[in-house]
Structure formats: structure tokens, C-alpha cells
Design a binder for this molecule. Structure first.
Ligand SMILES: Cc1cc2nc3c(=O)[nH]c(=O)nc-3n(C[C@H](O)[C@H](O)[C@H](O)COP(=O)(O)OP(=O)(O)OC[C@H]3O[C@@H](n4cnc5c(N)ncnc54)[C@H](O)[C@@H]3O)c2cc1C
Ligand code: FES
Length: 253
């Protein structure tokens, strides 16, 4: 984990309320798919850095996408090329993709799709079947990037403005028998992850499934316990340090 001062390379809107930022680090830092960074917002009044999944690493350049939520992300959206921002990375455990997993189903909803792209890019040579869902066409982004990385891409929306009017979990399950993946990886809003867990159980599907959780965070490095989630055995886990990636059966959703 490094604390560095990065330079903004590009920062712009790619869909409604969604921005893509590339920062250049002063040195190259190894990153695993599914890890995240903590970045200052550019406003010294925001004492806490904000966490975002790392989507792409090319040399010293790191790209992530963020949705406007509150003060921090609004401030971040105003950063311009050349501005300097303090960043801590890489954080969290990332996705451990077993060598034996050759067919991987990627199930993502909303801003949850961003960290999933990092996995497709970092573990080449496997077959990815991607199911991504958006609220509507105006929120859709990065579909070309997913298409380039996937054997098959299915895009769905809540309102039917792109693809079928359904959600990513339902789209995946309707094709499950066809692709029979060795591994499922998923990230999305809590309601989506709960539905995925319930449906896998209901259908008796025991394919290993890794989920990346997003909790409100404080320190991002395991010290403050703001991000604690409950494990299935009742124990606490820190999403920032023990996660954000967990086996779906290991955590209460
Ligand atoms: C490991 C991890 C990876 C993440 N990756 C991404 C990503 O790739 N892209 C992205 O857009 N967002 C991501 N998030 C969520 C992102 O960190 C928050 O949306 C952001 O910090 C909000 O900052 P803010 O100052 O704009 O909002 P605040 O003013 O702090 O809050 C505004 C609203 O956002 C909600 N919020 C704040 N933090 C979170 C959170 N962690 N998860 C969900 N809702 C939150 C608050 O409850 C509130 O309703 C990630 C979070 C974690 C923990
Ligand atoms: S954010 Fe502080 S322990 Fe996780």
C-alpha cells in the first residue's frame, strides 16, 4: 500500500452522473483486479478520502469511474487535468480467480460494473460471459470495454431502453444452463447481491461466487471499523481490509 500524490490526466462525464478519471502516479504500483483506491476529493474540508474500485492500470496510469453522490464526488468531478490529488492504493484483497476457473460469469449492476472490468482485463485467456444492468440508456457506459473483454455480453436495463427489460441477475440465470460457468463474480447494489444469493440457493446452484461489497468507509486501511459487515458465522469482517471481495456464502447480505 502506497500513499502518493497523483496527477489528474483526464476527468470527464461518460453517462448521466457518471465520470471517468485517469490519474498518473509518480511510480508504478502493482494492482490486482478488484482492489480499490482511496482518493482525496480536492477539497481540504473533506478530511476523508473516498474509495473507488480500480478499473484499469496501464503503467503509472490508473483509471476509475465514479457516480456523483454527495459533496466528495461533486468536488472530484471538478478536478482538471494537471491537478494533484493524494491517493492511497492498492487497498483490499481483490478477486482471487482460481487457475481452474476457465468460464467466468460476470454479473454487475450500476456502478458495481466498474471493478468487474478490472478482473476481465487482468486475467486474460479465460472466457467471460458478462451480464450488466443499468437503470436506463442514459446511465449505460463502458459497454464497448465489456464487449472487448467478453466472450458474450448481455446488457439489460430496468426500463427496457437497452436490451431486455430485466436485471443482470435474471439475465444471467436465464442463460446459466447454457454457459455453466466455473465461477461467478459479482458487484452491485445490496439488493442485487441479496437477490443473487437467494436465487442461487433456490435453484440449487453451488458454483463458487465471489462478491465485492461497498460499505461506507472511514480510514480504508482496517483501523476504524466503520466498514464492518457481518459474516455468516456472526463474526465481524472489515470490508476495506478483509474484503471488499468475499465468498457470497461467507457474508450476510
Ligand atoms: C470498496 C469500495 C469501492 C467503491 N467503488 C466505487 C466505484 O468504483 N464507483 C463509484 O461510483 N462508487 C464506488 N464506491 C462508493 C463511493 O465510495 C461512494 O459513492 C463515495 O465515497 C460517495 O462520496 P461522496 O462524498 O460523494 O458522498 P457522501 O456525501 O459521503 O454520501 C452521499 C451518499 O452516498 C452514500 N454513500 C457514501 N459512501 C458510500 C459507499 N461506500 N457505498 C454506497 N453508498 C455510499 C451515502 O450513504 C449518501 O447517501 C465504492 C465504495 C467502496 C467501499
Ligand atoms: S474503513 Fe476503517 S476499518 Fe474499514
Amino acid at each position: 500500500m502506497k500513499e502518493l500524490i497523483a496527477k489528474v490526466k483526464q476527468n470527464g462525464q461518460i453517462a448521466r452522473g457518471i465520470y471517468l478519471m485517469t490519474i498518473t502516479l509518480p511510480e508504478e504500483v502493482p494492482v490486482k483486479g478488484g482492489q480499490f483506491l482511496n482518493i482525496a476529493t480536492g477539497n481540504p474540508a473533506n478530511l476523508l478520502k473516498r474509495p473507488f474500485g480500480i478499473m484499469r492500470k496501464e503503467g503509472k496510469d490508473i483509471t476509475f469511474c465514479y457516480q456523483l453522490k454527495g459533496e466528495g464526488t461533486i468536488c472530484l468531478s471538478k478536478a482538471q487535468a494537471g491537478n494533484e490529488l493524494a491517493v492511497t492504493l492498492p487497498l483490499g484483497n481483490g478477486f482471487d480467480i482460481p487457475e481452474s476457473a476457465q468460464k467466468i460469469a460476470v454479473v454487475g449492476g450500476g456502478v458495481g460494473i466498474f471493478p468487474l472490468l478490472s478482473v476481465e482485463e487482468s486475467v486474460k485467456g479465460k472466457k467471460y460471459y458478462s451480464y450488466i444492468g443499468f437503470r436506463g440508456a442514459e446511465y449505460a457506459c463502458l459497454t464497448d470495454d465489456f464487449k472487448a473483454a467478453s466472450e458474450r455480453l448481455t446488457v439489460v436495463t430496468d426500463d427496457g431502453s437497452i436490451g431486455q427489460k430485466t436485471n443482470a441477475v435474471a439475465a444471467f440465470l436465464s442463460e446459466y444452463q447454457d454457459i455453466k460457468p466455473d465461477l461467478i463474480i459479482s458487484c452491485g447494489p445490496p439488493v442485487m447481491l441479496r437477490a443473487l444469493k437467494a436465487q442461487l440457493k433456490e435453484k440449487g446452484i453451488s458454483t463458487p461466487c465471489l462478491v465485492s461489497l461497498e460499505e461506507r468507509m472511514g480510514c480504508g486501511i482496517g483501523a476504524c471499523l466503520v466498514c464492518v459487515c457481518k459474516k455468516a458465522d456472526g463474526q465481524n469482517a472489515r470490508v476495506c481490509k478483509d474484503g471488499p471481495v468475499f465468498d457470497i456464502n461467507e457474508v450476510q447480505l
